[in-house]
Write a protein that binds this ligand. Sequence first.
Ligand SMILES: C[S@@+](CC[C@H](N)C(=O)[O-])C[C@H]1O[C@@H](n2cnc3c(N)ncnc32)[C@H](O)[C@@H]1O
Length: 241
Amino acid sequence: MSNAYYAPGDQRAAKVSDLFARIARRYDFLNDLQSFGLHRLWKRRVVKLAQIKNGDRALDLCCGTGDISFALARGGAATTGLDFSAQMLEVAAQRQSHLKSQISNLKFLQGDAQQLPFPENSFDIVTVSYGLRNLTSWERGLDEMFRVAKPGARLIVLDFGKPANALWRKIYFTHLKMSVPLMGWLFCGDASAYAYILESLKHYPAQLAVAEKMRALKLENVRVINLLGGAMAINCGEKAK
Ligand SMILES: C[S@@+](CC[C@H](N)C(=O)[O-])C[C@H]1O[C@@H](n2cnc3c(N)ncnc32)[C@H](O)[C@@H]1O
């Protein structure tokens, strides 16, 4: 079944942008609701894998409302959160302005993850959380992550995954097909925006292909960390020194 927010090829980015413009205000609330708060743990894991060191520069792509960006900056990295959605970035900026103690080493920037406005070898850490799946070309996104990463940099991807176990995959996909859009409809007034998760996942080859691409880029220590039996996954690797 087609989805109002999914289109292949050139139309993809405009549709994705519409989607996040529509749900930006409710995004954080629905994330907590749909994952029972677990996305916070998974994101913490991403930040741990980033192994932040003194003086590190971090880039958080498709940063949305900024969860990972805030955590990287709090961990001590001079962080840039980049996203193409003005509405998602507006929420991130509001969150930043409401903080009791200001984070000075964090800035948000509007831009395209597939065409990054940075020279090569710029960052020690490059993360993307629930973003790669939304790009017109996830491979192009990884190529860009690789390009702007310094030798020795950590590249980390968190996203929905595809469980290897057929029964678990069926149960999980049924959840994405039925309950997730229902919650989207109840709390956001838009079932399609949340049915999009399954649609986009069907077109995304997920953790195994991301690992393969990381190896093709000659990243070192390439790893797949499956969460919830592969329903979520973290891919990580290091750019060779
Ligand atoms: C599901 S949200 C993830 C937000 C955040 N990283 C998180 O984990 O909660 C996906 C984000 O990717 C952004 N995005 C999608 N395509 C993009 C692109 N080509 N360039 C930059 N951002 C993009 C959307 O605007 C949206 O904010």
